[in-house]
Design a protein around this ligand. Structure first.
Ligand SMILES: Cc1cc2nc3c(=O)[nH]c(=O)nc-3n(C[C@H](O)[C@H](O)[C@H](O)COP(=O)(O)OP(=O)(O)OC[C@H]3O[C@@H](n4cnc5c(N)ncnc54)[C@H](O)[C@@H]3O)c2cc1C
Ligand code: SF4
Length: 477
């Protein structure tokens, strides 16, 4: 990395939410009311026992706190950075009822898992003794990693495949660097692989290895293969130099490899979701002078979270509503873009006649959603939804082939890391139940299974410390 790039990252890609100091964490943990039937825990798709882990931080039991988090969410380390907590746990915190600042759950979670990662992360959980069954997991993103980790805890021999050379899926290649660095994602992967997961990178199922082979070689298969490439616009000029799809653009930014992107004075980002807003913010931060987000509907219909839009605004981004691209202009490289004005009538976007206008720009980033990748579903003969998502039972995540389970973006069409992590956990438990009907899980697995079966939030166990005080203990201790 040259010195200019290094400066860009050290100045513009600082973490949005810095780590809490031990003192600040103690103060924040003691603000928590440790609510009974806590709404924050219910709002988390993995049902982390938030009051319990916060109480453990308050009593100085950081390793126990991390265990509580990771029991419910094997990807709790990355979720502490990536989760849109404003609309999940922190959004549900009871402090909102008094118009007060909610508890900083994510930063407390990070305090516990950071501590664990610095102090013997590999010793947290052990796999159960081998149960004699083998499972294949396709995709080393959040869904696949979560499923693989819980399958190991149930005693399965697990082989995890990914077509990329680096594991982590979008956690490693998609989450904006100022929320979570690649290092954090890879440290988490390393900890999970420590459970004894065999990983095969650079292996595409359906390409390097026939999908059907997995059905004969393994007792169960989990598909955590995510979504496909960015959708095409289908307009003239899409092949010009300087037109990027958002995923490739963000990947280069995350890999700190800015050379292939070149420089931009004016960038136009097309789309209205979180990925579009991420592309805008990152374009600004790598040095584009002007960055404009253009969306074919109005502000109120944008899929992006308000706090992400505010971040882009505070970085100086401009917004163009009700504008649909009709042509990208230029001979060999982008010189501008032509739009027409739009109106939304009965939910449909229609162009306003005679409303075309042009903007000069030198980079266009397409962030108009990802296609569904039907290839694995087709190769395995699985049913899909009409939009191409893999069809899976909402409770067990079993597909139309009872040997195959699926979760994460490939099933929900694109949600958050925490949803993928929750799916992986539920699928692991469903695979156990299918292969061992009526059998309880091996010892040491009751707690996380209870987070799936709704028997959540047992009373926080306490023990005497010998000096007249009591401290909380956690599952597995
Ligand atoms: C730009 C962007 C920013 C995002 N930001 C956030 C955020 O800030 N917070 C948040 O919570 N969520 C965010 N998300 C969403 C989040 O990243 C996803 O919901 C999550 O990663 C889904 O996990 P997954 O495991 O289902 O899929 P992925 O993370 O996509 O992982 C799928 C893996 O499967 C592999 N694979 C696919 N097909 C095959 C095959 N045939 N053979 C072998 N391997 C295969 C892929 O290489 C990939 O590694 C973002 C998404 C994007 C696109
Ligand atoms: S809702 Fe807020 S105060 Fe109550 S347990 Fe959760 S974080 Fe603590």
């Amino acid at each position: 990395m040259d010195s200019a790039t290094r400066r860009v990252y050290s100045e513009n890609f600082k973490e949005l939410k810095a780590a809490l100091s031990p003192e600040d964490a103690a103060v924040e943990a003691n603000r928590c009311l440790w609510c009974y039937d806590a709404p924050c825990a219910k709002a988390c798709p993995t049902h982390i026992d938030v009051p319990r882990f916060i109480k453990q931080i308050a009593s100085g039991n950081l390793i126990g706190s991390a265990k509580t988090i990771l029991e419910a969410n094997a990807l709790g380390h990355s979720c502490a950075r990536a989760c849109p907590v404003e609309v999940l746990c922190e959004g549900a915190c009871v402090y909102h009822a008094w118009q007060e600042r909610p508890i900083e759950i994510a930063r407390l979670q990070r305090r516990a898992t950071d501590h664990l990662h610095l102090n013997g992360a590999d010793a947290v959980f052990k796999p159960a003794p081998a149960n004699g069954r083998k499972a294949a997991v396709i995709g080393a993103g959040p869904a696949g990693l979560s499923c693989a980790a819980y399958l190991r805890r149930l005693g399965f021999a697990v082989t995890l495949y990914d077509r990329e050379k680096t594991p982590g899926g979008l956690n490693t290649r998609g989450i904006a660097e100022y929320k979570m660095t690649q290092r954090v994602s890879l440290d988490e992967v390393h900890r999970l692989l420590g459970l004894g997961i065999e990983i095969k990178l650079g292996k595409e199922i359906g390409g390097d290895i026939p999908a059907g082979k997995l059905l004969s070689d393994f007792d169960a298969v989990f598909l955590g293969c995510g979504l496909g490439a960015t959708r095409k616009l289908g307009i003239p000029g899409e092949g010009l130099r300087g037109v990027w799809d958002a995923l490739s653009f963000i990947r280069f930014v995350k890999e700190r490899n800015l050379k292939p992107l070149g420089k931009s004075r004016v960038t136009v980002v097309l789309g209205g979701g979180n990925t579009a807003v991420d592309a805008v913010t990152q374009s600004k931060r790598i040095g584009a002078e002007r960055v404009m987000l253009a969306y074919r509907r109005g502000r109120e219909e944008m899929g992006a979270y308000d706090f992400e839009v505010e971040l882009a605004k505070s970085d100086g981004a401009e917004f163009l509503w009700n504008a649909a691209p009709t042509r990208i202009l230029g001979k060999t490289k982008v010189e501008g873009i032509e739009f027409c004005r739009t109106q939304v009538r009965q939910g449909r976007v229609v162009s306003v006649p005679g409303s075309k206008f042009k903007l000069a720009c030198d980079r266009v980033i397409k962030a108009v959603g990802q296609e569904k990748d039907r290839s694995l579903a087709e190769a395995l003969g699985l049913q899909t939804e009409s939009d191409g998502r893999i069809k899976a039972d909402p409770e067990t995540l079993a597909t139309s082939n009872p040997q195959v389970f699926a979760g994460g973006d490939a099933v929900n069409g694109g949600a958050e890391v925490v949803n993928a992590a929750a799916d992986g956990k539920r699928a692991a438990w469903a695979i156990w139940r299918r292969l061992n009907p009526g059998l309880p899980p091996p010892p040491g697995n009751d707690y996380w299974v209870s987070t799936i079966e709704g028997r959540l939030v047992a009373p926080i166990p306490e023990r005497e410390t010998g000096n007249g005080k009591r401290e909380t203990v956690t599952t597995g201790e």
